[in-house]
Design a protein around this ligand. Structure first.
Ligand code: NIG
Ligand code: FE
Length: 408
Protein backbone atom coordinates (compact mmCIF):
# COMPACT_ATOMS: atom_id res chain seq x y z
CA UNK A 1 0.00 0.00 0.00
CA UNK A 2 1.22 3.48 -0.74
CA UNK A 3 -0.23 6.13 1.52
CA UNK A 4 0.53 9.77 2.34
CA UNK A 5 0.19 9.29 6.11
CA UNK A 6 -0.87 6.70 8.63
CA UNK A 7 -2.29 7.22 12.13
CA UNK A 8 -1.88 4.67 14.90
CA UNK A 9 -2.23 4.54 18.71
CA UNK A 10 -5.70 5.98 18.29
CA UNK A 11 -9.33 5.20 18.89
CA UNK A 12 -11.81 6.51 16.34
CA UNK A 13 -15.34 7.83 16.82
CA UNK A 14 -16.16 7.34 13.16
CA UNK A 15 -19.79 8.52 13.65
CA UNK A 16 -20.57 6.13 10.81
CA UNK A 17 -24.08 4.67 10.95
CA UNK A 18 -22.59 1.48 9.47
CA UNK A 19 -20.76 0.64 12.70
CA UNK A 20 -23.16 -0.40 15.43
CA UNK A 21 -20.96 0.60 18.40
CA UNK A 22 -21.85 3.90 20.11
CA UNK A 23 -20.16 6.76 18.20
CA UNK A 24 -19.36 4.20 15.46
CA UNK A 25 -16.30 3.60 17.60
CA UNK A 26 -13.28 1.56 16.63
CA UNK A 27 -10.89 1.04 19.52
CA UNK A 28 -7.16 0.56 18.96
CA UNK A 29 -7.65 1.70 15.40
CA UNK A 30 -5.56 2.85 12.46
CA UNK A 31 -6.31 5.29 9.70
CA UNK A 32 -4.56 5.94 6.39
CA UNK A 33 -4.77 9.02 4.17
CA UNK A 34 -4.09 9.30 0.46
CA UNK A 35 -4.63 12.29 -1.86
CA UNK A 36 -6.63 14.20 0.72
CA UNK A 37 -9.03 11.33 1.33
CA UNK A 38 -9.39 8.65 3.96
CA UNK A 39 -7.93 5.61 2.22
CA UNK A 40 -8.31 3.01 4.96
CA UNK A 41 -9.82 2.85 8.43
CA UNK A 42 -10.23 -0.07 10.79
CA UNK A 43 -8.71 -2.02 13.65
CA UNK A 44 -4.99 -1.62 13.82
CA UNK A 45 -4.47 -5.39 13.82
CA UNK A 46 -6.03 -5.47 10.34
CA UNK A 47 -3.99 -2.61 8.86
CA UNK A 48 -2.63 -3.80 5.50
CA UNK A 49 1.13 -3.80 5.02
CA UNK A 50 2.59 -0.54 3.84
CA UNK A 51 6.00 1.01 3.31
CA UNK A 52 6.83 2.04 6.90
CA UNK A 53 10.03 3.78 5.88
CA UNK A 54 8.47 5.96 3.19
CA UNK A 55 5.23 6.88 5.00
CA UNK A 56 4.88 9.48 7.77
CA UNK A 57 3.36 7.72 10.79
CA UNK A 58 1.52 9.78 13.41
CA UNK A 59 0.96 8.40 16.89
CA UNK A 60 -2.16 9.51 18.74
CA UNK A 61 -1.03 8.49 22.25
CA UNK A 62 -4.28 6.65 22.82
CA UNK A 63 -6.46 9.70 22.13
CA UNK A 64 -9.60 9.80 20.01
CA UNK A 65 -10.06 10.83 16.40
CA UNK A 66 -13.41 12.28 15.32
CA UNK A 67 -14.59 13.75 12.03
CA UNK A 68 -13.72 17.44 11.75
CA UNK A 69 -16.51 19.41 13.42
CA UNK A 70 -19.05 21.21 11.24
CA UNK A 71 -20.75 24.38 12.48
CA UNK A 72 -23.79 24.48 10.20
CA UNK A 73 -25.32 27.79 11.32
CA UNK A 74 -23.36 30.98 12.02
CA UNK A 75 -23.58 34.69 11.33
CA UNK A 76 -19.88 35.19 11.91
CA UNK A 77 -19.22 38.05 9.49
CA UNK A 78 -20.40 41.18 11.28
CA UNK A 79 -19.04 44.41 12.71
CA UNK A 80 -19.66 46.01 16.10
CA UNK A 81 -21.14 44.27 19.11
CA UNK A 82 -24.27 44.49 21.22
CA UNK A 83 -22.92 44.51 24.76
CA UNK A 84 -25.14 47.53 25.45
CA UNK A 85 -28.22 45.42 24.67
CA UNK A 86 -26.91 42.70 26.94
CA UNK A 87 -26.92 45.29 29.71
CA UNK A 88 -30.44 46.42 28.77
CA UNK A 89 -31.66 42.86 28.90
CA UNK A 90 -30.13 42.46 32.34
CA UNK A 91 -32.23 45.44 33.38
CA UNK A 92 -35.36 43.68 32.17
CA UNK A 93 -35.81 44.47 28.45
CA UNK A 94 -36.59 41.49 26.22
CA UNK A 95 -34.91 40.53 22.92
CA UNK A 96 -38.20 41.24 21.17
CA UNK A 97 -38.64 44.68 22.81
CA UNK A 98 -35.10 45.67 21.85
CA UNK A 99 -35.70 44.54 18.26
CA UNK A 100 -38.99 46.45 18.05
CA UNK A 101 -37.39 49.66 19.30
CA UNK A 102 -34.83 49.71 16.49
CA UNK A 103 -32.01 47.87 18.23
CA UNK A 104 -31.22 44.22 17.76
CA UNK A 105 -30.38 43.08 14.25
CA UNK A 106 -30.78 46.65 12.94
CA UNK A 107 -28.01 47.98 15.17
CA UNK A 108 -25.60 45.39 13.73
CA UNK A 109 -26.83 46.35 10.24
CA UNK A 110 -25.69 49.93 10.87
CA UNK A 111 -22.22 48.76 11.89
CA UNK A 112 -21.96 46.45 8.87
CA UNK A 113 -22.99 49.11 6.39
CA UNK A 114 -20.18 51.31 7.70
CA UNK A 115 -17.47 48.62 7.81
CA UNK A 116 -15.27 47.89 4.81
CA UNK A 117 -14.44 44.45 3.47
CA UNK A 118 -10.95 44.36 4.97
CA UNK A 119 -12.30 45.07 8.44
CA UNK A 120 -15.05 42.47 8.13
CA UNK A 121 -12.56 39.94 6.78
CA UNK A 122 -10.21 40.41 9.73
CA UNK A 123 -13.05 40.07 12.26
CA UNK A 124 -14.29 36.96 10.49
CA UNK A 125 -10.80 35.49 10.34
CA UNK A 126 -10.34 35.81 14.10
CA UNK A 127 -13.68 34.09 14.72
CA UNK A 128 -12.87 31.31 12.28
CA UNK A 129 -9.58 30.81 14.11
CA UNK A 130 -11.45 30.43 17.39
CA UNK A 131 -13.72 27.75 15.91
CA UNK A 132 -10.81 26.04 14.12
CA UNK A 133 -8.92 25.72 17.40
CA UNK A 134 -11.80 23.65 18.70
CA UNK A 135 -11.80 21.26 15.76
CA UNK A 136 -14.13 22.96 13.30
CA UNK A 137 -13.18 22.20 9.69
CA UNK A 138 -16.36 23.38 7.92
CA UNK A 139 -18.55 26.34 8.75
CA UNK A 140 -21.66 27.92 7.31
CA UNK A 141 -21.77 31.72 7.25
CA UNK A 142 -24.88 33.80 6.58
CA UNK A 143 -25.31 37.34 5.37
CA UNK A 144 -28.28 39.21 6.81
CA UNK A 145 -26.67 42.21 8.48
CA UNK A 146 -26.70 44.36 5.34
CA UNK A 147 -30.35 44.45 4.28
CA UNK A 148 -29.41 46.48 1.22
CA UNK A 149 -27.92 45.12 -1.97
CA UNK A 150 -24.48 46.58 -1.53
CA UNK A 151 -23.97 45.39 2.03
CA UNK A 152 -25.54 41.94 1.58
CA UNK A 153 -23.18 41.32 -1.34
CA UNK A 154 -20.26 42.68 0.69
CA UNK A 155 -20.93 40.28 3.57
CA UNK A 156 -21.22 37.30 1.21
CA UNK A 157 -18.03 38.27 -0.64
CA UNK A 158 -16.18 38.44 2.66
CA UNK A 159 -17.53 35.03 3.63
CA UNK A 160 -16.40 33.57 0.30
CA UNK A 161 -12.95 35.19 0.72
CA UNK A 162 -12.63 33.67 4.19
CA UNK A 163 -13.22 30.27 2.65
CA UNK A 164 -10.47 30.87 0.11
CA UNK A 165 -7.90 32.06 2.64
CA UNK A 166 -8.59 29.84 5.62
CA UNK A 167 -8.21 26.09 5.91
CA UNK A 168 -11.77 25.91 7.25
CA UNK A 169 -14.24 25.32 4.40
CA UNK A 170 -16.97 27.95 4.21
CA UNK A 171 -20.52 27.40 2.95
CA UNK A 172 -22.35 30.68 2.42
CA UNK A 173 -26.03 31.47 2.88
CA UNK A 174 -27.89 34.54 1.63
CA UNK A 175 -30.13 35.79 4.46
CA UNK A 176 -31.33 39.06 2.91
CA UNK A 177 -34.69 38.42 4.59
CA UNK A 178 -33.28 38.54 8.12
CA UNK A 179 -35.09 41.67 9.31
CA UNK A 180 -37.08 44.48 7.78
CA UNK A 181 -34.67 47.39 7.23
CA UNK A 182 -35.71 50.84 8.50
CA UNK A 183 -36.17 52.10 4.92
CA UNK A 184 -38.98 49.57 4.40
CA UNK A 185 -40.47 49.74 7.86
CA UNK A 186 -43.98 50.32 6.57
CA UNK A 187 -43.78 48.21 3.45
CA UNK A 188 -42.19 44.88 4.18
CA UNK A 189 -43.64 43.35 0.99
CA UNK A 190 -41.67 45.86 -1.05
CA UNK A 191 -38.52 44.73 0.77
CA UNK A 192 -39.35 41.10 -0.02
CA UNK A 193 -39.70 42.16 -3.68
CA UNK A 194 -36.23 43.71 -3.48
CA UNK A 195 -34.78 40.53 -1.96
CA UNK A 196 -36.34 38.33 -4.66
CA UNK A 197 -36.06 40.53 -7.73
CA UNK A 198 -32.81 42.40 -7.17
CA UNK A 199 -30.66 40.89 -4.45
CA UNK A 200 -31.12 37.22 -5.28
CA UNK A 201 -30.27 37.57 -9.00
CA UNK A 202 -27.07 39.44 -8.12
CA UNK A 203 -26.12 36.90 -5.49
CA UNK A 204 -26.59 34.17 -8.10
CA UNK A 205 -24.77 36.08 -10.85
CA UNK A 206 -21.71 36.40 -8.62
CA UNK A 207 -22.07 32.86 -7.27
CA UNK A 208 -22.00 34.20 -3.72
CA UNK A 209 -24.35 31.77 -1.98
CA UNK A 210 -24.84 28.04 -1.61
CA UNK A 211 -28.19 28.45 0.13
CA UNK A 212 -30.91 30.92 1.07
CA UNK A 213 -32.38 31.44 4.53
CA UNK A 214 -35.18 33.64 5.97
CA UNK A 215 -36.11 34.66 9.53
CA UNK A 216 -39.78 33.62 9.73
CA UNK A 217 -41.15 35.25 12.87
CA UNK A 218 -43.61 37.88 14.09
CA UNK A 219 -40.74 40.37 14.45
CA UNK A 220 -39.42 39.53 10.96
CA UNK A 221 -41.10 37.90 7.92
CA UNK A 222 -44.55 36.33 7.69
CA UNK A 223 -45.20 32.81 6.51
CA UNK A 224 -46.40 34.07 3.10
CA UNK A 225 -43.38 36.34 2.64
CA UNK A 226 -41.05 33.55 3.70
CA UNK A 227 -42.62 31.15 1.21
CA UNK A 228 -42.11 33.64 -1.61
CA UNK A 229 -38.39 33.99 -0.87
CA UNK A 230 -37.79 30.27 -0.41
CA UNK A 231 -39.69 29.39 -3.57
CA UNK A 232 -37.67 31.89 -5.61
CA UNK A 233 -34.44 30.45 -4.17
CA UNK A 234 -35.50 26.90 -4.84
CA UNK A 235 -36.51 27.75 -8.41
CA UNK A 236 -33.03 29.21 -8.88
CA UNK A 237 -31.51 25.90 -7.79
CA UNK A 238 -30.19 26.98 -4.39
CA UNK A 239 -30.53 25.01 -1.18
CA UNK A 240 -33.05 26.43 1.26
CA UNK A 241 -33.25 26.53 5.04
CA UNK A 242 -35.09 28.58 7.64
CA UNK A 243 -34.93 30.35 10.99
CA UNK A 244 -38.24 29.09 12.28
CA UNK A 245 -40.34 28.63 15.39
CA UNK A 246 -37.81 30.45 17.59
CA UNK A 247 -40.19 32.75 19.46
CA UNK A 248 -43.59 31.50 18.30
CA UNK A 249 -45.16 28.86 16.05
CA UNK A 250 -45.96 30.31 12.62
CA UNK A 251 -45.75 27.00 10.76
CA UNK A 252 -42.58 28.02 8.95
CA UNK A 253 -40.84 24.70 9.49
CA UNK A 254 -43.57 22.62 7.86
CA UNK A 255 -43.84 25.00 4.93
CA UNK A 256 -40.06 24.99 4.38
CA UNK A 257 -39.88 21.21 4.76
CA UNK A 258 -42.54 20.75 2.09
CA UNK A 259 -40.41 22.89 -0.22
CA UNK A 260 -37.47 20.56 0.49
CA UNK A 261 -35.51 22.63 3.01
CA UNK A 262 -32.22 21.10 4.14
CA UNK A 263 -32.81 22.29 7.68
CA UNK A 264 -35.05 24.31 9.93
CA UNK A 265 -33.24 26.05 12.73
CA UNK A 266 -34.05 27.07 16.35
CA UNK A 267 -37.52 25.30 16.39
CA UNK A 268 -38.22 25.71 20.11
CA UNK A 269 -41.94 26.10 19.31
CA UNK A 270 -42.19 23.30 16.73
CA UNK A 271 -45.18 20.99 17.34
CA UNK A 272 -45.75 17.31 16.54
CA UNK A 273 -47.30 17.92 13.11
CA UNK A 274 -44.27 20.02 12.24
CA UNK A 275 -41.91 17.27 13.39
CA UNK A 276 -43.81 14.75 11.25
CA UNK A 277 -43.43 16.97 8.21
CA UNK A 278 -39.67 17.18 8.80
CA UNK A 279 -39.36 13.42 8.96
CA UNK A 280 -41.34 13.00 5.73
CA UNK A 281 -39.14 15.44 3.83
CA UNK A 282 -35.77 14.43 5.30
CA UNK A 283 -35.25 17.94 6.66
CA UNK A 284 -32.77 18.32 9.53
CA UNK A 285 -33.69 19.99 12.83
CA UNK A 286 -30.96 22.41 13.83
CA UNK A 287 -30.74 23.10 17.56
CA UNK A 288 -29.07 26.33 18.62
CA UNK A 289 -28.38 26.00 22.34
CA UNK A 290 -26.26 29.16 22.44
CA UNK A 291 -29.26 31.32 21.52
CA UNK A 292 -31.53 29.31 23.83
CA UNK A 293 -29.08 29.97 26.66
CA UNK A 294 -28.26 33.59 25.93
CA UNK A 295 -31.90 34.64 25.50
CA UNK A 296 -32.82 32.58 28.57
CA UNK A 297 -35.51 30.75 26.64
CA UNK A 298 -37.70 28.38 28.60
CA UNK A 299 -39.56 26.72 25.72
CA UNK A 300 -37.67 23.48 24.99
CA UNK A 301 -37.35 22.27 21.40
CA UNK A 302 -39.30 19.00 20.94
CA UNK A 303 -36.30 16.69 21.37
CA UNK A 304 -38.27 13.57 22.30
CA UNK A 305 -40.51 13.94 19.23
CA UNK A 306 -37.49 14.51 16.99
CA UNK A 307 -36.05 11.25 18.31
CA UNK A 308 -39.33 9.43 17.88
CA UNK A 309 -39.70 10.53 14.25
CA UNK A 310 -35.97 10.03 13.62
CA UNK A 311 -35.37 13.57 12.42
CA UNK A 312 -31.60 14.20 12.19
CA UNK A 313 -30.66 16.67 14.91
CA UNK A 314 -27.94 19.22 14.18
CA UNK A 315 -26.15 21.31 16.81
CA UNK A 316 -24.69 24.67 15.75
CA UNK A 317 -23.32 27.79 17.40
CA UNK A 318 -25.54 30.40 15.69
CA UNK A 319 -22.58 32.65 16.50
CA UNK A 320 -23.87 36.24 16.21
CA UNK A 321 -23.68 39.46 18.24
CA UNK A 322 -27.30 39.49 19.42
CA UNK A 323 -28.55 36.10 20.45
CA UNK A 324 -25.47 33.86 20.63
CA UNK A 325 -22.16 35.65 21.12
CA UNK A 326 -20.43 32.37 22.01
CA UNK A 327 -17.88 31.50 19.35
CA UNK A 328 -17.29 27.92 20.44
CA UNK A 329 -18.15 24.50 19.09
CA UNK A 330 -17.38 22.59 22.29
CA UNK A 331 -19.50 24.88 24.43
CA UNK A 332 -22.41 24.10 22.08
CA UNK A 333 -21.90 20.36 22.54
CA UNK A 334 -22.01 20.89 26.28
CA UNK A 335 -25.08 23.15 26.16
CA UNK A 336 -26.93 20.78 23.82
CA UNK A 337 -26.56 18.16 26.56
CA UNK A 338 -27.06 20.29 29.68
CA UNK A 339 -29.82 22.57 28.39
CA UNK A 340 -31.59 20.38 25.84
CA UNK A 341 -30.80 16.92 27.22
CA UNK A 342 -29.16 15.50 24.12
CA UNK A 343 -26.84 12.59 24.77
CA UNK A 344 -23.17 13.37 24.12
CA UNK A 345 -23.38 11.01 21.15
CA UNK A 346 -26.38 12.86 19.70
CA UNK A 347 -24.60 16.18 20.24
CA UNK A 348 -21.48 14.98 18.42
CA UNK A 349 -23.60 13.60 15.55
CA UNK A 350 -25.15 17.07 15.45
CA UNK A 351 -21.78 18.65 14.73
CA UNK A 352 -20.55 15.93 12.35
CA UNK A 353 -22.76 13.53 10.39
CA UNK A 354 -26.04 15.44 10.68
CA UNK A 355 -24.43 18.86 10.21
CA UNK A 356 -22.98 17.58 6.93
CA UNK A 357 -26.46 16.53 5.85
CA UNK A 358 -27.85 19.97 6.72
CA UNK A 359 -25.26 21.52 4.40
CA UNK A 360 -25.74 18.93 1.66
CA UNK A 361 -22.14 17.67 1.92
CA UNK A 362 -22.80 14.33 3.60
CA UNK A 363 -21.16 12.35 0.80
CA UNK A 364 -17.86 14.16 1.49
CA UNK A 365 -17.54 14.87 5.21
CA UNK A 366 -19.10 14.21 8.61
CA UNK A 367 -18.10 10.57 9.11
CA UNK A 368 -14.80 8.72 9.05
CA UNK A 369 -15.06 6.15 6.29
CA UNK A 370 -12.82 5.18 3.39
CA UNK A 371 -13.45 7.50 0.45
CA UNK A 372 -14.49 10.51 2.55
CA UNK A 373 -12.45 13.71 2.64
CA UNK A 374 -9.68 13.46 5.23
CA UNK A 375 -11.05 16.08 7.64
CA UNK A 376 -10.52 14.91 11.18
CA UNK A 377 -9.32 15.90 14.65
CA UNK A 378 -7.27 14.17 17.30
CA UNK A 379 -8.45 14.85 20.84
CA UNK A 380 -6.63 14.29 24.08
CA UNK A 381 -9.60 12.53 25.69
CA UNK A 382 -10.21 9.05 27.02
CA UNK A 383 -13.87 8.76 25.95
CA UNK A 384 -15.84 10.67 23.27
CA UNK A 385 -18.35 11.88 25.89
CA UNK A 386 -15.57 14.13 27.23
CA UNK A 387 -16.09 16.41 24.23
CA UNK A 388 -19.41 17.58 25.63
CA UNK A 389 -18.62 16.96 29.29
CA UNK A 390 -15.75 19.35 29.81
CA UNK A 391 -14.94 22.70 28.26
CA UNK A 392 -11.95 25.01 28.04
CA UNK A 393 -9.11 22.58 28.54
CA UNK A 394 -7.82 22.66 24.96
CA UNK A 395 -8.33 18.99 24.18
CA UNK A 396 -8.07 19.39 20.41
CA UNK A 397 -4.45 18.53 19.72
CA UNK A 398 -4.30 17.95 15.95
CA UNK A 399 -6.49 18.86 13.00
CA UNK A 400 -6.18 17.35 9.55
CA UNK A 401 -7.97 19.18 6.73
CA UNK A 402 -8.07 17.67 3.23
CA UNK A 403 -5.31 15.33 4.37
CA UNK A 404 -3.03 18.14 5.56
CA UNK A 405 -2.00 18.69 9.16
CA UNK A 406 -3.08 22.25 9.97
CA UNK A 407 -2.89 22.60 13.74
CA UNK A 408 -0.28 21.33 16.19
O1 NIG B 1 -30.22 33.20 14.69
N1 NIG B 1 -33.05 34.71 14.80
C1 NIG B 1 -32.56 35.52 14.02
N2 NIG B 1 -31.28 35.75 13.81
C2 NIG B 1 -30.24 35.52 14.73
C3 NIG B 1 -30.09 36.63 15.69
C4 NIG B 1 -29.49 37.75 15.06
C5 NIG B 1 -29.25 38.91 15.97
O2 NIG B 1 -29.90 39.12 17.01
O3 NIG B 1 -28.35 39.65 15.57
C6 NIG B 1 -30.38 34.17 15.41
O4 NIG B 1 -30.63 34.05 16.61
FE1 FE C 1 -29.25 32.38 13.32
Amino acid sequence: MSWDQVWIDINIATMSPNISEPYGAIKDAALAVKDGKIAWVGERSKLPEFDVLATPIYKGKGGWITPGLIDAHTHLVFAGNRANEFELRLQGASYEEIARSGGGIISTVKACREADEAELFELGRQRLNALAKEGVTTVEIKSGYGLDIETELKLLRVARELGKHHHVDVKTTFLGAHAIPPEYKNDSDAYVDLVINEMLPQVIAEDLADAVDVFCENIAFSLAQTERVLTAAKDAGLDIKLHAEQLSNLGGSAMAAKLGAKSVDHIEYLDEDGVKTLSESGTCATLLPGAFYFLRETQQPPIELLRQYQVPMVVASDYNPGSSPMCSSLLMLNMACTLMRLTPEEALAGMTRNAAKALGIETQVGVIEAGMTADFCLWNISTPAELSYTYGVGSCIEVVKNGRLVHQ
